[in-house]
Design a protein around this ligand. Structure first.
Ligand code: ARG
Length: 258
């Protein structure tokens, strides 16, 4: 009897030792440094919620970058307008949100190399009196819906002399989808937004169409704090590699069908 107890004890000890070491192993692996990415996950196909998880071009590229850096990606879904400030103060390591490089934003943060070309386009209702970009007016007869703090908002709100329609003619929404719903409901005459999200919103809502041509041409890049050049260099190197080996192209092709 004593022998059996001793053997059982020995077995229990052996098993727990193995469990302990196994535990150590996994712990070591999960203790990777985190790479905190701020985004606004309401911008398909670049970033959106898929059930409880995040999906999209930016999300997948960011995962690859984190992998190359030996870090663990953590995504913070915030308002688009709070991304740059949070990157500036170091709350987030990087901002990746289909974010357009602009001279004004460059005053606050550094941008990585660009990884996507984009453009602002205009969505209207099918059969709208607005048939082309030339029909857009700044005389107060038309209201424009935009996602607040995006380049669509910034440029449309500018004065007519600077190519905008004037602040009074622009209605800002928290996310692009809300601006699109306002268009469907007839509260605005047009929505100004990035081309790929525009396609996605037009596909998921009946009776909408995108006007031919680009309202503005842009490029997307990752925002990093001006204090963190080390991270910026690492991100640029990773982007270079992911571009050269075709990873970025295959991620983009997965979400954007030609
Ligand atoms: N490209 C535009 C900008 O930088 C819109 C980006 C909006 N992104 C988003 N994830 N909601 O202002």
């Amino acid at each position: 009897m004593k022998k059996i107890i001793a053997l059982t004890l020995a077995a229990i000890i052996a098993v727990s030792m193995v469990a302990l070491f196994a535990g150590c192993g996994t712990k070591g692996e999960t203790e990777k440094e985190t790479l905190v990415m701020a985004t606004n996950a309401a911008f398909p196909p670049y970033e959106y919620k898929d059930g409880d998880s995040f999906a999209g071009i930016d999300v997948e590229i960011a995962e690859k970058i984190a992998e190359k850096l030996g870090m663990e990606l953590k995504i913070e879904d915030v308002e688009f307008g709070s991304i740059i400030g949070g990157v500036q103060t170091g709350k987030f390591d990087m901002g990746m949100a289909g974010m357009t490089v602009t001279e004004e934003r460059k005053q606050s943060v550094n941008f990585s190399k660009t990884y996507q070309k984009a453009k602002q386009v205009v969505i209207v209702k099918e059969g709208s009196a607005i048939k082309s970009l030339d029909d857009l007016k700044d005389d107060g007869t038309m209201k424009y819906g935009v996602q607040q703090d995006t380049t669509g908002d910034i440029y449309a709100s500018d004065t007519p002399e600077k190519g905008g329609y004037g602040e009074a003619n622009v209605i800002r929404y928290k996310v692009g989808a809300d601006a699109v719903q306002a268009l469907v409901a007839g509260k605005v005459n047009a929505v100004i937004i990035d081309n790929e999200p525009a396609k996605s919103f037009v596909n998921s809502n009946k009776g909408l169409t995108i006007l031919d041509g680009a309202w503005v041409e842009e490029e997307y890049a990752i925002a990093v704090s001006k204090e963190n050049n080390e991270l910026l260099e690492k991100i640029n190197k990773a982007l270079d590699e992911l571009e050269k080996d075709g990873t970025i192209k295959s991620i983009v092709d997965k979400y954007i069908k030609a």
